[in-house]
Unconditional design. Structure first.
Length: 78
């Protein structure tokens, strides 16, 4: 199956993560999160503090689902 790279912004209590996740074509972000187990993979990731101080960039990182407070498509962010 083909995947669809979707740019997202993820907010945790301590970090802001910007990057891409793989969604199946036609899948909703809500469905992706409901099916996530333990960790999600974020590629082309940039991690910063809520204040915007950069911490790390990586080809991919794993984000623990329980730590996610907000996730949204980056193209929908204000």
């Amino acid at each position: 199956m083909d995947s669809n790279k979707t740019k997202v912004i993820i907010l945790t209590r301590d970090f802001r993560v910007e990057g891409e996740i793989d969604l199946l074509p036609g899948a909703r972000l809500t469905d992706f999160m409901n099916g996530a187990k333990g960790f999600i993979v974020v590629t082309s990731a940039k991690v910063s503090t809520p204040g915007g101080d950069g911490i790390v960039e990586g080809e991919f990182i794993n984000v623990h689902v329980r730590n996610i407070e907000v996730i949204l498509p980056a193209d929908k962010a204000l």
